[in-house]
Design a protein around this ligand. Structure first.
Ligand code: ASP
Ligand code: MG
Length: 421
């Protein structure tokens, strides 16, 4: 049996028909190396954004089921066109959507998790000598409802397929040349990493390094699957290899710096300092499928028997969060709620951090030097995150990148638009 390689091409790689023809050449190249090839594609260019805009023109609050029905069409276009391009270049190819493959997800719209992937039909096509082109981002419930995996979810489709097919590698082709020490659009002297561990990548992906969907990294960790992030437009470059921490050649105290502008901070003031209060609040949020990132409970004010609880959530979950807070108000008896939506989460990540004391102090000192106030701090074994004023996010990233010795001599090629601040 031949080895299987899964290749994933993002929206920018299939943005127009010339680019789709270019992708077909990259696929044929991999097949000519003697591998069976499964390709996962995203929707063309900004299709998903355009479809979302159409929906918003009709309803401010479209039904999640119909949203998934709508958004899943984008990937359907790409798979058919890529299969045609492959056939045109003399390569046997077949396109399949999630229903035809059997990519089974939970019954949750707009951010479903994959539960199971059936591989028999894919294998049949591979055995017949065809390249199989599969729609990313979409799934199907066991009662045939169409779901999507969340924005950027095609990465997860690709890695999960590679895991289910026991592929030897999953290559994520994109418009950047790999994983960088930080976003090269903010810091032009960011350095491309040759290797990064799953653990570090997961932290970077979670804190907003937009190269890979966090669930894709989780899936790669689970399957111990090597994932390569590489450029569609420079096929000879090997990009960045993501692998287990034990297989890494080098453990740096700080591998990368990331800034995440997608969250906001909610402060619930003067809640009763009694057992079960935090449980009620966060259980209420969990039941609505709202993920909470950082949580801080302040030192209790003994005389009043109250304290404050602050937490961060995705901006998109604000309305649902307000509803939950209203519901638990009688039980929590809080006095007030503050919403702070002008924040940025700045994080430094490194697998070698544990062995180097003083990394946190160095980070805080660098921020202090710039007069940047820290609103919240959270740490894990390989990450330190600070919430700061959004307007200072880029200053913070630049300074930390320099302080931790990540600046490269050569300036990285800048692609794409700067994130909106
Ligand atoms: N087309 C989807 C999106 O734009 C999925 C993806 O590209 O990964 O989010
Ligand atoms: Mg993407």
């Amino acid at each position: 049996m031949k080895d299987i390689v899964v290749q994933k091409f993002g929206g920018t790689s299939v943005a127009d028909t010339d680019k789709i023809k270019n992708v077909a050449r990259a696929v044929i190249r991999e097949k000519e190396l003697g591998n069976d090839v499964v390709v996962v594609v995203s929707a063309m260019g900004h299709t998903t954004d355009i479809l979302t805009k159409l929906a918003k023109e009709i309803s401010q609050n479209p039904s999640p089921r119909e949203m998934d029905m709508l958004l899943s069409t984008g990937e359907g276009v790409s798979i058919a066109l890529l299969a045609m391009a492959l056939q045109e270049q003399g390569c046997k190819a077949v396109s399949m959507n999630a229903m035809q493959v059997g990519i089974i997800t939970e019954k949750v719209h707009s951010k479903a998790r994959i539960l199971e992937i059936k591989t028999d039909r894919i294998r049949e096509h591979l055995d017949s000598g065809a390249v199989v082109v599969i729609a990313g981002f979409q799934g199907i419930t066991d009662d045939f409802e169409i779901t999507t995996l969340g924005r950027g979810g095609s990465d997860t489709s690709a890695v999960a397929l590679a895991g289910a097919l026991k592929a030897k590698r999953c290559d994520i082709y994109t418009d950047v040349e790999g994983v960088y020490t930080t976003d090269p659009r903010i810091v032009p002297c960011a350095t491309r990493l040759e290797q990064i561990s799953y653990e570090e990548m997961l932290e970077l992906a979670r804190v907003g390094a937009n190269v890979l969907h966090p669930r894709a990294v989780e899936a790669a960790t689970q399957y111990k699957l090597p994932v390569r992030v590489r450029s569609t437009f420079k096929l000879n470059n090997l990009g960045t290899l993501i692998l287990g921490v034990e297989e890494m050649e080098l453990h740096r105290p700080v591998t990368g710096v990331a800034s995440d502008l997608s969250q906001l901070r909610v402060v619930v003031c003067d809640v009763q300092d009694n057992p079960g209060v935090a449980a009620t609040l966060f259980d209420g949020l969990a039941k609505e499928n709202i993920s909470v990132d950082m949580i801080i409970q302040s030192y209790a004010r003994k005389a009043l028997n109250t304290n404050d609880i602050a937490f961060t959530i995705d901006k998109a979950d604000l309305d649902k969060t307000k509803e939950v807070l209203e519901k638990v108000r009688p039980e929590l008896n809080y006095s007030n709620i503050f919403i702070d939506d002008k924040i940025a989460k700045i994080s430094i990540v490194g697998a070698g951090m544990i062995d180097h004391p003083g990394i946190a102090a160095k980070m805080f000192k660098s921020l202090a030097k710039l007069g940047i106030n820290i609103k919240m701090i959270a740490t894990s074994e390989i990450k330190i995150s600070c919430i700061v004023e959004q307007s200072r996010a880029n200053d913070a990233v630049e300074a930390l990148h320099t302080v931790f010795g990540l600046d490269s001599n050569s300036v990285a090629e800048v692609k794409g638009d700067l994130p909106n601040i």
